[in-house]
Ligand binder design. Structure first.
Ligand SMILES: [Zn+2]
Length: 331
């Protein structure tokens, strides 16, 4: 699976090109650590995903360190590599991360409740000193998506629609975190001043209307099937209430995309997260809502927002690939 022709350049800038004859650090590993599994990829210098390994996440600080190290060791062993030949390990985790120190702050999804858990240091020590970089999962997904989609995607927002909603932002090929790490917290932009109070304390935030939880609130179910799927299914069958809920959702999402484009003017917006499980109809209803917005504004129309939107690629593990790149770039 070739990721991008530009990998060679990135790699050469980051690691240097002295590794051709010997191969110390020729490869990079990226880990996408979630609440249930760790997905790791081994990335070669030509941008190829050489191999991938998926293991269950053992919860808690020690468990996460062990799961992550196990994945790296398995990837190395399967490719017949020493750990010294892994130039960098990059890690994406859900939760608050200090990318400078690699410390994780209350990553509840991973069962890490410590105020500052030194995840990068601990994994590095476990691997005998391999450099490890830890970043937020949205940030690495944005980096991976930007890389996978090529030069046209140097300015990109990766918008995750799950329980909540937030974005990772890449500008000029680089991650943008902002002065306090809040860049991309678009889920907490208020769009309905008279709306309900959000967990953040404001009223009418986007994520109250355009997230998986928003759909679940309006379509309560005891089924194992996620609410977004049920709503979209029922809407496809013509259920009037499901049609209304789906439309409200699409309108709020379209409003959010308008804010993202007007704030960052990104050329590409990639939508990922659990809600994308509903498939291409998500994009269809979203584009309809965007067209409704643009119908009354030549200005909005000229921005061609719908042309910028796509669903996250299903054939590239963008978060793990982005984590490997983040690891290389931090060296
Ligand atoms: Zn909020």
């Amino acid at each position: 699976m070739s990721i991008s022709a530009s990998f060679d350049e990135t790699y050469a800038e980051t690691i240097g090109d002295g590794g051709a004859e010997q191969r110390p650090g020729t490869f990079a590993v990226g880990l996408d650590i979630g609440g249930t599994k760790v997905l790791g990829v081994l990335l070669a210098a030509d941008g190829t995903v050489v191999d991938s390994v998926r293991l269950p996440t053992v919860r808690g600080g020690d468990g996460v360190v062990r799961s992550a190290s196990d994945v790296v060791r398995r990837l190395a062993a399967a490719a017949d590599l020493n750990l010294e030949e892994i130039g960098a390990v990059g890690v994406g985790v859900p939760g608050l991360v200090d990318p400078e120190t690699g410390s994780v702050h209350h990553a509840v999804n991973l069962g890490i409740h410590a105020d500052q858990f030194p995840l990068a240091d601990r994994i590095s020590r476990e691997l005998g000193g391999t450099p490890v970089h830890v970043d937020n999962d949205l940030n690495v997904a944005a980096l991976g998506a930007s890389f996978a989609l090529g030069p046209d995607a140097d300015d990109l927002a990766y918008l995750a629609l799950g329980t909540g909603m937030a974005a990772g932002v890449v500008m000029g090929g680089e991650l943008r975190r902002g002065a306090s790490g809040a860049a991309g917290e678009v889920g907490h932009i208020p769009i309905r001043p008279d709306g309900p109070v959000c967990a953040c304390g404001q009223r009418g935030c986007v994520e109250l209307y355009a997230s998986g939880s928003a759909l679940a609130r309006r379509w309560p179910t005891t089924s194992d099937v996620p609410a977004p799927l049920l709503v979209f299914q029922a809407a496809a069958e013509g259920d009037p209430r499901a049609l209304e809920i789906r439309h409200d959702f699409a309108v709020a999402l379209a409003e959010c995309l308008r804010i993202v484009v007007l704030s960052y003017d990104v050329r590409r917006i990639v939508i990922g997260g659990g809600v994308t499980g509903v498939g291409p109809s998500l994009l269809e209803v979203l584009c309809e809502a965007l067209a409704e917005q643009a119908a009354t504004s030549a200005f909005l129309e000229s921005l061609h927002i719908a042309d910028r939107v796509s669903l996250a690629p299903s054939d590239v593990p963008i978060a793990a690939v982005g984590a490997a790149l983040a690891g290389l770039r931090s060296e």
